[in-house]
Design a protein around this ligand. Structure first.
Ligand SMILES: Nc1ncnc2c1ncn2[C@@H]1O[C@H](COP(=O)(O)OP(=O)(O)O)[C@@H](O)[C@H]1O
Ligand SMILES: [Mg+2]
Length: 148
């Protein structure tokens, strides 16, 4: 079983990447969809108890937020590897993509998330980190060996 934690500001490409790469294998845990932390936690626990791989498709910008998730995942009775996907979060690119999408969020939300953002590190408990960049031609993915 695998739990993937996405990290990236709004419009960095997280949900599109999930749809392309993980929709047929991993359950999507989305705060936008589930609304509350309580419900999110219940769904994560159910995945862990039933050996179901998942993607946690939230912004998860801070170490504290990710620690909460990683601690929960590591408390699982069944083994589960934790992998982080960091989405390049350039404010100008995200504002531009946000303007073009039907479910645009307020610009201040993107700027606020960018201010909160702390880059993920293997020391947080990730087994692997992956760097994803959304370009004009699609997603570019590379293994990320920490400490850029
Ligand atoms: N391959 C792509 N090339 C350019 N823009 C894309 C591509 N895939 C998605 N987008 C656009 O990027 C925007 C943000 O994508 P989304 O996946 O919703 O981001 P997030 O889940 O991080 O908020 C959307 O407007 C989407 O249409
Ligand atoms: Mg999304």
């Amino acid at each position: 079983m695998e739990a993937i934690i996405f990290v990236g500001i709004p419009a960095s490409g997280k949900s599109s990447f999930y749809a392309q790469r993980f929709a047929s294998t991993h359950v999507r845990i989305s705060r936008d969809l589930l609304k509350t932390k309580y419900r999110e936690q219940r769904f994560i626990k159910t995945c862990l108890e039933t050996n179901q791989s998942m993607v946690i498709d939230n912004t998860s910008p801070t170490r504290l937020e990710r620690q909460r998730l990683i601690t929960l995942i590591q408390s699982s009775a069944m083994p589960c590897r934790v992998v982080g996907y960091y989405f390049q979060s350039r404010i100008a690119d995200c504002l531009r993509r946000n303007q073009r999408r039907p479910d645009a969020v307020p610009e201040v939300a993107i700027i606020a998330k960018a201010k909160q953002l702390e880059l993920p590190s293997l020391s947080e408990g990730f087994e692997k980190l992956v760097y994803v960049r959304l370009t004009e031609t699609g997603f570019e993915v590379e293994r990320w060996n920490d400490e850029v």
